[in-house]
Design a protein around this ligand. Sequence first.
Ligand code: BES
Ligand code: MN
Ligand code: MN
Length: 456
Amino acid sequence: MKDLESYLDRSLPKFQEDLFALLRIPSVSTHPDSKADVRRAAEWVLNDLVSMGLSAELWETTGHPVIFAETPPVPGRPIALVYGHYDVQPPDPLGEWTSPPFDPTVRNGNVYARGATDDKGQMLTHVKSVQTWLNCRKSLPLQVKFLIEGEEEIGSDGLFGLIPQRKDRLACDVVVISDTSQFAPGQPAITYGLRGLVYFELTVSGPLQDLHSGTFGGAVMNPLIALSRLLHGLVDDKGTIQVPGFYDDVVPLRAQERAEFATLPFDEAAWMGRLGIPAVHGETGYTTLERRWARPTFDVHGLTGGYQGPGKKTVLPARGSAKFSFRLVPNQSPQKIEDALRDKLARDCPTGVRWELQAYHGNRGITVPFDSPYVAAASQAIELGFGKRPVLVREGGSIPIVNALHDHLHADTLLLGWGLDDDNTHSPNEKFCLADFAHGIRASLHLWDQLGRIER
Ligand code: BES
Ligand code: MN
Ligand code: MN
């Protein structure tokens, strides 16, 4: 592996430049105005794969394009499918960025840009490792396929539609995803569980237009008060969700899992300090790691309505809305929760206003088996790449397509995250540690070697 590793060392400046080029493209999948930029990012990925000698294709979807590429088949050896995403979250609030979000800037060994860690930087580690293998050895010890999409941050609708159709092209034995985090700096991890998500927008409307609150207040139900009441009814102050039946299908944490989480070196006081919060919060009877990784939750993401300008305005607003979601754990069903939520809102909504609920999309939580030869191979590769044996963790985020890949391709996923919890994903000053970019590529170089030793 010396040849590969020294090629990597020599190529690192070039690989970083490639990453910076991709980071300069503002591929914000949720902004309709960014459509052309999102496509530019897809084409950048396509060209990068083509220029290293792969046959790569751009697949149109109902939304943003998907890039597919593959190395030649290697009979008798497993097929690995690398999944990643080139789309990013909106960069706002812009004023809180130290350097502009689409002008990658290096400070203290980190590159700062939207998408640096989520997921352009992490995804590219596998592209660059395959490039390294092809340059040094002309071929890989197993077949590697790439599936890089542009709608992960908005629920992967387009890709969901493609998977059943393209099942044969996507056939694989194991899925590899680097879109999660290490446990701590210098302590890499393999993630065996992700939470699911079901996301809603609730609109409450009252009078036809905004009213003078002195003339009408007290006689007309205020939509923002009704909205606040409805939201308040969804969770109690212990963090227990009040939607009837919400916990019915929850798979409880196993005693052994709880014991293993408890052995991880998690410094809660330091974590609180970094976040600037005066206290932790959550379901009674669970630790912070359990609450973050393996328990379902309710969060409000945005509240809109009424007067938002400077000073005051005595208005009784005509309507208001809230975006909120529930994180789910195995085996909760997004549809069942939506149904129960609608029943509850219908019961709880005060008279004098109307409510409307839009359900955005849902995906289930997952856990993946960790007693497989693939996990053993990944563990070995990470130890060689990072110089430290990975720990097993679960994480609280969601990657919607993982379930579909499992259901249609019958392949389990290796979640090998190179990021850090304080990378500021989805928030201002997102960063990725450049040393971990290199470690990730090195781990990926070894991953192909280790997986290639498995016979099938
Ligand atoms: N990379 C994240 C998923 C993630 C976050 C995994 C934290 C583990 C820890 C992904 O890009 C993401 O942000 N997913 C969204 C999904 C949603 C928008 C459908 C999420 O979790 O909010
Ligand atoms: Mn991601
Ligand atoms: Mn994300």
